[in-house]
Design a protein around this ligand. Structure first.
Ligand code: NI
Length: 138
């Protein structure tokens, strides 16, 4: 059977601060640079959610894109958009909200809602030039 990847783009704005509570400001700035700013700062995150699977013989779909759109809206955009990730999103109360960790959290939030025969992959742009990908634990 032919496996096809369908992709849905989405977007959210969010603030964060990258720092470790057990490090002082100088250590945090040395590692996280401007992203350790104690007053937080924002990014325009661009998200691409990719689902790979066989084409359904009846519908011709891998996945109904309206369903995927609604899942992203409910579980990601409503949870992250215009939020301070450190302060307002429980997953980041003890997890540093790097693009890497955000991509894993997004994958974990969506995975239970997508049929297990399909593969799920997350691409997350933190800036137009910096992006990460996560396709699940190996
Ligand atoms: Ni940042």
């Amino acid at each position: 059977m032919n496996k096809v990847t369908v992709c849905r783009k989405a977007h959210f704005n969010a603030a964060h601060r990258l720092y470790r509570k057990d490090w002082n400001d100088a250590q945090n700035e040395a590692i996280f640079d401007k992203c350790s700013n104690p007053y937080f700062h924002g990014h325009n995150y661009e998200l691409i959610v990719s689902v790979t699977g066989e084409i359904d013989a009846e519908t011709g779909y891998v996945m109904d894109m309206k369903v995927l759109k609604d899942l992203i809206k409910l579980h990601i955009e409503d949870a992250f958009d215009h939020k301070n990730l450190n302060e307002q999103v429980p997953e980041f109360s003890t997890l540093i909200p790097t693009a890497e960790n955000i991509s894993v959290v997004i994958w974990e939030k969506l995975r239970p809602h997508i049929s297990s025969e399909k593969d799920l992959s997350i691409t997350l742009y933190e800036t137009p030039r910096n992006y990460v990908k996560f396709s699940g634990p190996n």
